[in-house]
Design a protein around this ligand. Sequence first.
Ligand code: KIV
Ligand code: ZN
Length: 540
Amino acid sequence: MSDNYVRIFDTTLRDGEQSPGASLTSNEKLEIARGLEKLGVDVIEAGFPAASPDDLEAVRRIAKEIGNSTESEPPTICGLARTIKSDIDAAWEAIQHAKKPRIHTFLATSEIHMKHKLRMDPEEVVDKVKEMVGYAKTFCDDIEFSPEDAGRSDPEFLYLVLGEAIKAGATTLNIPDTVGYTTPKEFGDLIAGIMENTPGIEKAIVSVHCHDDLGLATANTLAGLQAGARQAEVTINGIGERAGNTSLEEIAMALQTRNHVYNLETGIDSKQITRMSRTVSNYTGMSVQPNKAIVGANAFAHEAGIHQDGMLKEQSTYEIMTPEAVGLNRSSLVLGKHSGRHALKVRLIELGYEIDGEELKTVFKRFKDLADKKKIITDADLEALAEDQVYQAKELYRLDGLQVASGTMGLPTATVRMLGPDGELHVQAAIGTGPVDAVYKAIDEIVQMPNVLLEFHINAVTEGIDAIGEVTVRLKPQDGTIPKRTSPQSGEERRRTFGGYGAHTDIIVASAKAYIAGLNKLLTTSGRHGAVEVVSEVGA
Ligand code: KIV
Ligand code: ZN
């Protein structure tokens, strides 16, 4: 590995999934991990196994299935643990099946955290770090240690703690700006100081982990890399606690596009970025803001006439990187009404979806229906169809038919027909304040999974009145239906919320599908209907 190589440590499944509203089922985590491997990340932080038995099991599956993949060198699979023996045991239990396992343990070092959260004095913190890094080292060689809230810690104290962590066996020292407080100059200086003053630092890799509370996470991460860090901790779409973490796509594209400034390289295949962003957004139900760098819907849109004119004459006038570089295809007409199933399959593979058998049959039928309604079928349409299929594939409840009556006269009414977990047919009618409310009430009557609808987003995939509509929802289960899990930083018990995604040319149908997808996740996680998750073959 060259001195200029930056390891990409993806924590979408740990710090990202920890954020409110981003709960994922274990199948979804596995699919995301599979995508991350394709994307070329070096380390996948697969979760915090001590949070709950479900979390441990999800990390174990990722370690076994992704951490052992034979296609190429598998990524390192990492499990987070507090500096507590039982956490480290749980992390090891979960990751031990990976070819390259890593235990990541952390303890706060800032005065504020030591005094108010840990109630430990600095000497006790140093002793705990020595003891627990040493304990983790008895299980595996690859140990990462993070001094939590390093951004607000006394640098002299950090040099001491980090030096002791290295002596106890830490191989990666991760420097978190936990509360997103530092500025790029401060953070760069902090890393430079650590590189210069920590005893034994030449034996370890220095890593950076920034939060985006002041919108500085990417700038701080880049400053840390310029100061000598060679691992960046990031998440897809920048999801994470509060304002989120540094986003993977921003770091990967900044290093690639401005290579002559940074002279640093990564193993990321940037063409996978758009697909990964959509996958994470659809699974978590957390939509990406339209003006988000690299992956926002408007990131490559050129609306202003003067810009469009410039673009037509010479692309580089207003584009510093091509959409193709991040896997966003410009082609508009890809397939038409007369295209066959094979052509559809090939195009889907090009777009990154390996869909076969019955699932391909269903997507093909929907493609034909769409081609009847819509003259131009774009890659975005195909992606929406494929994703809708992938996300609904292993559902317990399935939409079988839907009729709504709404408008200014009479009460909005919906009749919903659904297939249940054992193939039984349910039909239910309901009235509501609008057509979506009526549909959701009818579905609630059938599924009987009490929840609160926290968010509802609707988005047109392409321009035009005939566009496919995508709907994402976020649901909160009623207290007690789903076990809570422990937050690694605060130790508090947190309630999980779940996202759902649906796509259809009829937005009421898309809304119903999104809601059912979210409910299916609640049911799966609650264990009702003896629901056991099945590993999806899609993309395997
Ligand atoms: O932000 C943080 O401090 C963390 C640590 C667990 C590394 O996520
Ligand atoms: Zn963090």
